[in-house]
Write a protein that binds this ligand. Structure first.
Ligand code: ADP
Ligand code: MG
Ligand code: MG
Length: 899
């Protein structure tokens, strides 16, 4: 028979922290704490397997009833009380607890077991009638909300029964001129219980159950059902938590923080979760039950003097008012942190001077705090360097690379609304509602935040100049989210509380109306919006000592090298600051767009014959050369991979009439002639058209000019004693003949140039592997290649046959219907694209065992893809500048995990 239930409590822990899959995080940790001798109220965990069974069969395993009964007996014995007993009744809490913590998503019901029958016994036992009615009204509130409403599929929102109860309490308080819940008298509470029950009957047409066993089983059922609730499902979708994990249910003896002034409840962190500072940080409420702290009904008090200072909260601390309990708590938190070797988030309750721990878990923290905590713990000798490296999530690094909202200021600010954290960092600015407004106002020197229902490619210019972008609709793969992430721009999407009216230039949010020009602050890392200006910390990782240390450790451990995708010397400089050891992709066409250059590029494209083309190219040459000089200088001897021209030529020509007319005038040709040329160049399927090495084969003079520019730059610097390491990369190769053709051009020009300058320069010639055929015939291609670089964007596009530019039309449906588990343009598809990569590596190295292999393209900065690259033996990943430190850490983690 399968064991469905595991006990916990002093001396009776049956599980341990390693059993999270079966017992959920909360249950596993309650058992672990029991084994450590930490005072947890006794109870038992019903396993996640029972949840899965229940969701599938709509009933429980047959022996569950029996097991619950047996377990309950053990708890009753430990507590010296009996569930439902009129003389000495035991009360229970029923708590959900999934494998991964899902804060606020699941349900908890406290005080289960209070009935008209058990009330007298409870009063006698506690000698505190007020406490009993306070506990009773809480039970009615929670039970009605969770069991009688939500579990029945009613979405409560504003008109929910709980809200109605809360209004009753408010009315009572108003009538009697009271400020605080704790001032309600016994009689008030008794009356409220009656009112609640009558309301329940009136609104939901049910009686509050007078049978404790019914209360217990219905609560258990409600927790299991909450796993399939709307809120929980959408949370799981965002956090990538599989539906079939299920939740466990923890049934636990109640302890009471609301039994008077020597009782209390609170939440504490073993370190400050916002800054990572090594202070014991927390809040508590005297004479209250747990939910009060989170619900924000009363202002919690600081746990100790350290917290008082951080929060600038003048209320008296637990350290002052309950010094002995505080000392005990303080020693327990140290024990817990040492045991778990990570920062803990602890829930506790004090019942009449006795301390109980109700929960411990790994504390959530921001990026800067995560780095500080990991490095500090390592230096304190608590964890090893490898553990420290694994403790920080790669994405958390990006917090340091972008301006961040000051965590201290954020702590005391009131938030306006929540959305999805689509682009990292913080932004402060004045609201604008259109991309054009964003552009004009930012030209006037204003800092603006673009607020829109959603964005489209037409808004890109406004998004570009905005400090941040905020949309009311859309998900993590919406246009706004994709664009913002690409730029590393602060962005919040799907902020549904916003009611935007572009015509009046106003936005309504929760009773507030903001207008154009009003200041707001976005925290794109968390998805929080504030209607005020909060201070931003500039991005300056170099000043962060913990970050620097962690990165040194990462570089020592990682096998993969990390290079940058950089097209300008500014990017190159920044990438070195972020720790790149070379450039893995320099896209030469990005140098073609400057106002002077684009003219020459167009002249080249419009040329009727080779001579005219060469003339135009000759004028372009000095520009390209200058760019390369600057980039080589910035990289100072590190390898720089330069890709020859890749995009189809028509991308450089204007497509609308007025722009064509303008250009024709500039070029002194007739608009008709221009239109003809544009039409001539236009393609049905440009992604599969005349681009990549195909250009260099049709127009060898383009490759010649580019190689000459590269080599002249390299030779000039070499002469000055500056080291350069150019790697010339041919794009979109599918056959060895293509590469052979281009290689000959490169070698010829390179040798001529070297001779002209009279210096020797080491250079490599390689190719991108981005056409599936190239991966398959990699052995043939390797014959002409000194290196490979997987262009995973095109490789994905061509392997799936999804146009990268059109995929947005169906990708959301594919993800929602689970046809694809991930966006393959974000995370490498291991089965298909990944297999091609493996074939490419294996066959390439068959020919050339030491073939250097890298990857460029978006995947180079994606943690899951980086881990894969490590596994299949790639030498380096190349990614956009802002992802470099993330890639360095991920590469280190991949190496640790594979050891
Ligand atoms: P969550 O997963 O949302 O944190 P919990 O199951 O931890 O939910 O319960 C919420 C709060 O209810 C706890 O922080 C605690 O204060 C209170 N609580 C839960 N179980 C008990 C108990 N056995 N005795 C006293 N309070 C409890
Ligand atoms: Mg909790
Ligand atoms: Mg490509």
């Amino acid at each position: 028979m399968k064991k469905n239930i595991y006990l916990f409590g002093p001396g009776m822990g049956e599980g341990n922290a390693g059993m999270k899959e079966l017992l959920g995080g909360k249950g596993a940790n309650l058992a672990e704490m029991s084994n450590l001798g930490i005072p947890v109220p006794p109870g038992f965990t019903i396993t996640t397997e029972v949840c899965t069974y229940y969701v599938q069969h709509r009933k429980y395993p047959s022996d569950l009833g029996n097991e619950v009964e047996q377990a309950l007996k053990r708890v009753e014995k430990a507590m010296g009380a009996k569930f439902g007993d009129p003389e000495s009744p035991l009360l229970l809490s029923v708590r959900s607890g999934a494998r991964a913590s899902m804060p606020g998503m699941m349900e908890t019901i406290l005080n289960v077991g209070i009935t008209e029958e058990t009330i007298p016994g409870l009063i006698k036992k506690s000698g505190n009638e007020r406490f009993v009615y306070d506990a009773y009204r809480r039970l009615i509130m929670m039970y009605s909300d969770v069991v009688l409403e939500k579990a029945q599929g009613i979405d409560p929102e504003e008109h929910g029964i709980r809200k109605q109860f809360e209004r009753e309490i408010e009315e009572t308080k108003k009538r009697k001129g009271l400020k605080d819940d704790t001032e309600l008298s016994t009689e008030d509470l008794r009356q409220l219980c009656q009112t609640f029950k009558a309301k329940l009957k009136e609104v939901l047409k049910v009686d509050f159950p007078g049978d404790p066993t019914e209360q217990l089983w219905e609560s258990i059922r409600a927790v299991f059902k909450s796993w399939m609730g709307k809120r929980a499902i959408s949370y799981r979708n965002i956090e990538d938590i599989p539906d079939d994990w299920g939740t466990a249910v923890n049934v636990q003896a109640m302890v009471f923080g609301n039994m008077g002034e020597n009782s209390a409840t609170g939440v504490a962190f073993t370190r400050d979760p916002a800054t990572g500072d090594k202070i014991f940080y927390g809040e508590f409420l005297p004479n209250a039950q747990g939910e009060d702290v989170v619900a924000g009904i009363r202002t919690p008090q600081p746990l100790n003097e350290a917290t008082k200072a951080v929060l600038a909260n003048e209320l008296s601390s637990m350290e002052e008012t309950m010094p002995q309990i505080y000392e005990e708590l303080n020693s327990l938190q140290k024990k817990l942190e040492t045991h778990y070797r990570d920062m803990q988030d602890i829930e506790f309750t004090v019942q009449e001077g006795k301390l109980f721990i109700l929960q411990t878990r790994t504390g959530k923290r921001g990026g800067a705090a995560a780095i500080k905590i990991a490095v500090d713990m390592c230096e304190e000798g608590l964890i090893s360097q490898k553990e420290a490296l694994l403790q920080v999530k790669p994405e958390q690094i990006s917090d340091l690379l972008h301006p961040m909202v000051s965590p201290k200021a954020e702590r005391t600010a009131t938030k306006l609304a929540d959305g999805l954290p689509a682009g990292p960092g913080g932004a402060v600015g004045q609201i604008v509602f259109t991309a054009d407004d964003a552009e004009t106002q930012s030209k006037e020197g204003k800092k603006v935040i673009l607020v829109r229902a959603e964005t489209s490619p037409e808004d890109v210019h406004g998004m570009h100049v905005a400090e941040g972008v905020l949309t009311s609709t859309g998900g993590m793969t919406s246009h706004a989210a994709l664009v913002a992430r690409g730029w590393g721009k602060c962005c919040i999407v799907g902020c549904s509380a916003l009611n935007i009216d572009v015509s009046t230039r106003t936005v309504k949010v929760g009773g507030k109306t903001l207008k154009e020009g009003d200041w707001i602050t976005l925290n794109g890392t968390k998805g929080t919006v504030y209607a005020e200006t909060l201070p931003l910390f500039p991005a300056d990782p170099e000043k962060n000592l913990s970050y620097k240390k962690l990165m040194i450790w990462a570089d020592e451990i990682r096998g993969l090298k990390v290079r940058a995708n950089a097209d300008t010397s500014e990017d190159a400089k920044l990438s070195r600051k972020f720790g790149a050891v070379g450039i893995g992709l320099c896209r030469t066409e990005h140098m073609f767009f400057g106002p002077e250059r684009i003219k020459l590029v167009r002249e080249m494209i419009l040329a009727d014959n080779k001579e005219m083309r060469q003339k135009a190219l000759g004028k372009l040459l000095p520009y390209q050369k200058e760019d390369f000089i600057m980039i080589f200088r910035a990289m100072n001897g590190m390898p720089v991979t330069i890709r020859t021209l890749d995009p189809p030529l028509h991308e450089f020509l204007p497509h609308n009439k007025s722009a064509q007319a303008e250009m024709a005038k500039q070029m002194r040709i007739s608009p008709e002639a221009l239109r003809e040329k544009v039409e001539l160049l236009s393609e049905v399927n440009p992604m599969l058209g005349h681009r990549g090495c195909r250009l260099g084969i049709t127009y060898p003079e383009i490759t010649e000019m580019q190689v000459q520019a590269i080599m002249e730059a390299a030779c000039e610097l070499t002469k000055k004693g500056i080291k350069v390491l150019p790697e010339i990369m041919i794009p979109l190769v599918g056959t060895k003949e293509e590469l052979h053709n281009q290689r000959e051009i490169v070698v010829r020009i390179a040798e001529v140039t070297k001779k002209k300058y009279g210096v020797d320069v080491n250079y490599l010639i390689g190719t991108m592997i981005e056409i599936p055929r190239a991966a398959v015939v990699a052995d043939e291609i390797a014959e002409f290649a000194d290196f490979f670089s997987f262009g995973t964007n095109d490789l994905t596009q061509l392997t799936f046959g999804y146009s990268r530019d059109d995929v947005v039309k169906f990708l959301p449906d594919y993800l929602e219907n689970k046809i694809l588990a991930n966006d393959p343009f974000q995370t490498i598809d291991r089965k298909g694209v990944g297999e091609l990569m493996k074939i490419g590596i294996q066959r390439g190295r068959l020919k050339k065992p030491n073939l250097k292999i890298g990857i460029c393209g978006e995947h180079g900065g994606d943690p899951k893809s980086i881990a894969f690259c490590h596994q299949i033996g790639i030498d380096y990943v190349s990614c956009s500048t802002y992802r470099i430190p993330i890639a360095r850490l991920t590469a280190a983690q991949a190496n640790i995990n594979s050891q």
